[in-house]
Design a protein around this ligand. Structure first.
Ligand SMILES: [Zn+2]
Length: 429
């Protein structure tokens, strides 16, 4: 997906804001209809029924009728897609949820040639056709892929407008040298390859982090509803947006590079959404080690791991294998011994049996490349407790398939992630 800064005129901006409002209204209406549905009740209306209802609503509400039917119908279609994703057992998408004004602002347009078109007007300026707004200028920061079929316009919390053209990344051809690579999700570094490379995902610089902390303190002191508070919030959002941009850029480049160099790409099968969700616990049942887990989770999210894996699956379809990560961090990649004491520190692995020493994340990556997932009792059968990942093992023992790594097929749907289901899910955390 390629995203460009949109530069609407004030008059066009008013139209875009209306489109956002209508899309949100229609989406939330659909969410509400489905929220009332319980097993045993008549089915909640499907897409076609909702379209009929939309026509009716437009007849009754002039403000809705004044808006673009294309935008409103597309919001319904996006919702239908999000529901399909939600019911798909192979898809981790959550239930489509409410969209909030000021936070989830955006709409989608499909049907290039009929509903919209894109063109370049000068070296640095392009124009995209938006229903009812006409040609809206955008910063031509790189070429728009010729095969784009739809786009999504969004407004972030700082009031910046963007247009993102949806394109399923072209699969990168496999090098055909029969080489597999393992990638371990690190916390200190974003990812470690079994080749020994450490990939760093750019985050905020030290100075930017200091500024962020200062702004957050200022925000805590600012009075609710004051202008000052609004300004501080805006500045914080800008910093966060910068961090996100960097992470996306990194994931894009790293995934292309990896897909180009290796035939088979093995990654840990981390249920990232589950991990991030479980950290807080509930008021009645607070999670254990909440603080540590929350810190780790921040690290995971910041490292852009999830994004990297998604892009890899798109660029190397069928070549990404997910391996159960059980104890990969405690197993020696040289001799196979499993011992928690081999993990000297966060960064250093030194085998207690054979003395093999290596960056801890690289050692894990080599295990992943080999597809090794070991049992709690595996390895040398030492009496020492070697199980350091109890939550993981608990979920594994029930299946009894500890020796063989679980492999799920790759392949993701780019269109779907545009629809907002994933976006909304990501924003909730
Ligand atoms: Zn060893």
């Amino acid at each position: 997906m390629s995203r460009y800064r949109l530069l609407p005129t004030p008059a066009q901006e008013a139209v875009l804001r209306d489109h956002c409002g209508h899309a949100r209204y229609v989406w939330n209406l659909a969410v509400e209809q489905h929220a009332h549905w319980h097993p045993g009740r008549r089915n909640a209306p499907g897409y076609l029924e909702q379209c009929r209802q939309l026509t009716q609503a437009r007849a009754e509400h002039p403000w809705l009728a004044a808006g673009s039917q294309t935008v409103q119908q597309q919001a319904l279609r996006d919702f239908a897609q999000a529901m399909t994703a939600f019911f798909d057992p192979g898809n981790p998408a959550g239930r489509p949820s409410w969209r909030k004004a000021g936070r989830d602002e955006g709409f989608r347009i499909v049907g290039r040639g009929r509903q919209w078109e894109v063109r370049r007007v000068s070296r640095h300026v392009g124009q995209v056709w938006v229903p009812k707004a006409g040609w809206v200028r955008f910063r031509w920061s790189r070429a728009v892929p010729p095969e784009v079929k739809s786009y999504r316009v969004t407004m972030d919390r700082t009031g910046r407008w963007h247009v993102a053209f949806a394109v399923i990344p072209e699969p990168v051809p496999a090098p055909g040298i029969g080489q597999a690579v393992g990638i371990d999700r690190g916390v200190a570094v974003a990812a470690a390859l079994s080749t020994g490379e450490l990939l760093h995902c750019p985050a905020l610089t030290g100075r930017e982090r200091i500024r962020l902390r200062r702004l957050q303190r200022r925000l805590a002191r600012a009075q609710r509803g004051s202008n000052r508070r609004g300004r501080v919030k805006c500045a914080i959002a800008r910093l966060r947006a910068r961090e996100t941009d960097r992470r996306k850029d990194w994931a894009e480049k790293a995934s292309t590079d990896i897909a180009r160099r290796f035939d088979v790409i093995r990654v840990e099968d981390l249920q990232i959404t589950n991990m991030t969700r479980s950290a807080k616990g509930t008021p009645e049942n607070p999670g254990r080690n909440v603080r540590q887990k929350a810190g780790l989770n921040r690290g995971i999210l910041r490292s852009g791991w999830g994004l990297l894996v998604r892009r890899l699956e798109e660029k190397a379809p069928g070549r990404v294998e997910k391996v159960r990560p059980a104890l990969t961090s405690q197993r020696c990649s040289a001799c196979g011994q499993v011992d928690r004491d081999s993990r000297e520190s966060q960064a250093v692995f030194r085998c207690t049996a054979c003395g093999f020493a290596c960056h801890a994340d690289v050692n894990a990556a080599i295990n992943i490349a080999a597809g090794h997932a070991v049992t709690a009792r595996g390895g040398d059968g030492a009496a020492r407790p070697v199980n350091r990942e109890p939550h993981l093992l608990a979920s594994l023992t029930g299946r009894g398939q500890l020796e063989s790594p679980a492999i799920h097929g790759g392949g993701g749907c780019q269109e779907e992630s545009m629809s907002g289901a994933r976006g909304a899910r990501a924003r909730r955390h």
